[in-house]
Write a protein that binds this ligand. Structure first.
Ligand SMILES: Nc1ncnc2c1ncn2[C@@H]1O[C@H](COP(=O)(O)OP(=O)(O)OP(=O)(O)O)[C@@H](O)[C@H]1O
Ligand SMILES: [Mg+2]
Length: 384
């Protein structure tokens, strides 16, 4: 897929901008704080009617303006889609349209294949399990509306169970009260575990290859799903998972009552990054952690290419953190994406050493929320 054009009105620090894009690599250059990440956020928001940052709609409205509006055309699976997202601050109202028709729930029912890589993604390896579950859930919701529905049903049941455990833990008949919620947790939870574990198995095969091919370092990367409930490598059989969950819930019934919250289920699981069988979070260097995330992002791009179509790939400011080898290897991955947006702060000449076929097709310069295309191959425009 690729984005053909986008119009921004009062979005972050862009009062007004209109841009046309082509498939291939677009480079966005600008000093710190000029609007590079904001542009990527706008493109992401156009595709998903929401941000990749933990931002609310009101945060994305240009300060002191009454609304933001994004409009654009996206090409995916041989079709053009006209997308519009508007948010009015006073009414707190968001309207999302696809080909002129209002989408219910304020988001697209359709998800476009987009992979992005922002500096915050390094936290996936470095931080705790919650960060990794959020990443997993976000990616899986993007891939499957069924997963998104299961996840929201699971969260609802979990909230109800936790409320009972907190408020009525000593009430008589608490067991019976918990029963329907446990049943739901098992039903939706087993589907969530199965889908997560399938996905990680697929990413693992690709990411392991990527890591060794890209970085020639003789180390092995392995991704694993660590379930608090279910034994075995990459469990995916629904009945097996449901049985395990049910048994575990019974076993830890008393402990759950004492602690006052649910201890069993996918909300306790983790995605493990192992380098030579050691947890990357604890033992890997920053460079190795970064490489592991690149290998995973590349796996996501490859998965989309194989399963659906070549995706859109956004890389925000990541090059400044990479050494020469990693930067070059990263560029190789671009060929698996239909369109790439890449931001740089400047100083260095990033235009050398591009592998053949991955040359930049468009250059953009951003300054204080004003963006302009500086011409094909017009490197002089980028030098200053
Ligand atoms: N709602 C908003 N309205 C107006 N300006 C905003 C809004 N939200 C953020 N900004 C400003 O937009 C500017 C550009 O932010 P952005 O994150 O795009 O910078 P950047 O070019 O990616 O910089 P860096 O290289 O440091 O990552 C910042 O100065 C920020 O304060
Ligand atoms: Mg930025």
């Amino acid at each position: 897929m690729f984005v053909k054009e986008i119009r921004l009105r009062n979005f972050r620090n862009y009062e007004k901008a209109e841009l046309c894009f082509k498939p291939g690599v677009s480079l966005v250059k600008g000093a710190n704080g000029q609007g590079k990440s904001n542009l990527l956020e706008a493109i992401y928001c156009l595709c998903f009617a929401g941000s990749f940052r933990p931002a609310r709609d009101e945060d994305m409205v240009y300060w002191n303006k009454p609304f933001y509006f994004l409009q654009g055309t996206v090409y995916s699976n041989n079709c053009y889609y006209r997308l519009e997202i508007g948010y009015a601050l006073a009414q707190k109202r968001k309207v999302v349209k696809i080909n002129g028709t209002v989408e219910k729930k304020g988001r697209f029912g359709h998800a476009f294949p987009v992979v992005f890589f922002v500096p915050e993604d390094l936290e996936i390896v470095r931080r705790g399990p919650e960060e990794r579950r959020r990443f997993l859930d976000r990616e899986l919701c993007q891939l499957s509306p069924v997963y998104a529905a299961d996840l929201s049903a699971y969260r609802r049941a979990l909230m109800q169970k936790n409320r009972l455990l907190k408020e009525k833990k000593n009430a008589t008949g608490i067991k019976e009260l918990l029963e329907p919620w446990n049943r739901q947790l098992i039903q939706y939870g087993s589907r969530i575990i199965s889908r997560r574990s399938d996905m990680i198995r697929i990413w693992n095969n690709k990411a392991a290859k990527n890591y060794s091919v890209l970085f020639h370092c003789g180390q092995n990367l392995q991704l694993d799903y660590m379930s608090s409930t279910v034994d075995g490598e990459f469990p995916s059989d629904l009945e097996y998972i449901a049985e395990n969950m049910s048994r575990e819930i019974k076993m830890r019934e008393e402990e759950e009552r004492v602690r006052g919250y649910a201890l069993v289920g996918p909300h306790k699981d983790d995605l493990l990054f192992l380098l030579d069988k050691r947890e990357a979070r604890k033992f890997a260097s920053h460079g190795q952690q970064r490489s592991a995330v690149i290998a995973l992002k590349a796996a996501q791009v490859q998965y989309y290419r194989e399963m659906a179509e070549k995706p859109l790939f956004m890389i925000d400011d990541i090059f400044s953190e990479l050494d020469e080898l990693r930067r070059r290897q990263c560029l190789l991955l671009f060929s698996d994406a239909a369109q790439v947006f890449m931001t740089v702060t400047g100083e260095r000449n990033y235009l050398e050493n591009y592998p053949k076929g991955q040359e930049i097709v468009s250059f953009f310069c951003v300054q204080e929320g004003k963006i302009r295309e500086v011409g094909h191959g017009d490197q002089s425009g980028l030098a200053h």
